[in-house]
Design a protein around this ligand. Structure first.
Ligand SMILES: Nc1ncnc2c1ncn2[C@@H]1O[C@H](COP(=O)(O)OP(=O)(O)O)[C@@H](O)[C@H]1O
Ligand SMILES: [Mg+2]
Length: 244
């Protein structure tokens, strides 16, 4: 059974068909890249998976359960975590406190309401997530004072703190330097040891290094799907996207 399966997922905004019926299956442990030109519907598609956007048609199941009607927070509790294309950290809180909020959210799901959260468990989980993305040394810095690229990494730490089964990353390397991109690739491979990763990415070097399979979107539909080699050799993809 696939971890995630979408069937005919569609969403229109006014007259625009942003996503026009996409059926896709993700296997456990895979790193899947979604590529495609701006406006192809990539963000809208993953937003329907995270629950931020409601589909106009279609269904989706996760871990064998139909989740089409679930709210985004109910999907987070089931292990679907989405880091935003637009930075969404609390700028006036430290890196530590941003991540601690996410850890607290995860721990509180297993805890009776009247019990105090375990402060040392929160602190341990927070430091572990910051260490994984390389931001532990910046734990006490205000999130709003980080570079754009580091804010993106902080978001990933907030996502990891939720211990996702499926981590959705929307253009995570935007604004990162060359070395930061290399470190990020190492991190994603490590994350994929115990989670499935769905990655929207424009940087084709990152896609080729990380993706087990690639899905190409164009005009709200699936143009192609295959291994990196198959996608690079696909004539439709070259025409529509790679510009050759
Ligand atoms: N909230 C929205 N309201 C209106 N139109 C939207 C909204 N979100 C996306 N769109 C439109 O849907 C299409 C697909 O957008 P998007 O999913 O962001 O594509 P991508 O992430 O591939 O660049 C675009 O034409 C975009 O303008
Ligand atoms: Mg997008």
């Amino acid at each position: 059974m696939s971890l995630l399966a979408t069937s005919g997922l569609a969403r229109s905004f006014g007259g625009i068909r942003a996503v026009a019926g996409v059926s896709l299956a993700l296997e456990r442990g895979e790193i899947r890249a979604i590529i495609g030109p701006n406006g192809a519907g990539k963000t809208t598609f993953v937003s329907m998976i995270s629950g931020r956007v409601q589909p106009s048609a279609g269904t989706l199941s996760f871990d064998g359960e139909d989740i089409t009607a679930l709210k985004s927070w109910e999907r987070v509790l089931r292990g679907i975590v989405y880091t935003f294309q637009i930075t969404s950290v609390y700028r006036n809180l430290t890196c530590f406190d941003n991540v601690a909020l996410a850890v607290q959210r995860r721990l509180s799901k297993d805890r009776a309401l009247w019990r105090q959260p375990d402060q040392s468990a929160i602190a341990d989980g927070t430091r572990a997530a910051l260490r994984r993305v390389g931001l532990l040394s910046r734990a006490d810095e205000l999130a709003g004072e980080l570079s754009y690229g580091h804010q993106r990494l902080l978001e990933v730490a907030m996502g990891l703190a939720l211990q996702p089964k499926l981590l959705i990353l929307d253009e995570p390397t935007q604004g990162l330097s060359g070395q930061e991109i290399a470190d990020f690739c190492t991190l994603v491979k490590e994350i994929a040891r115990d989670a499935t990763v769905l990655l929207i990415e424009h940087n084709m070097d990152v896609v080729m290094e990380l993706a087990h399979r690639i899905t190409v979107m164009n005009n709200g539909t699936l143009l192609a799907e295959g291994s990196p080699d198959e996608i690079m050799a696909n004539a439709d993809v070259q025409r529509a996207y790679l510009g050759t």
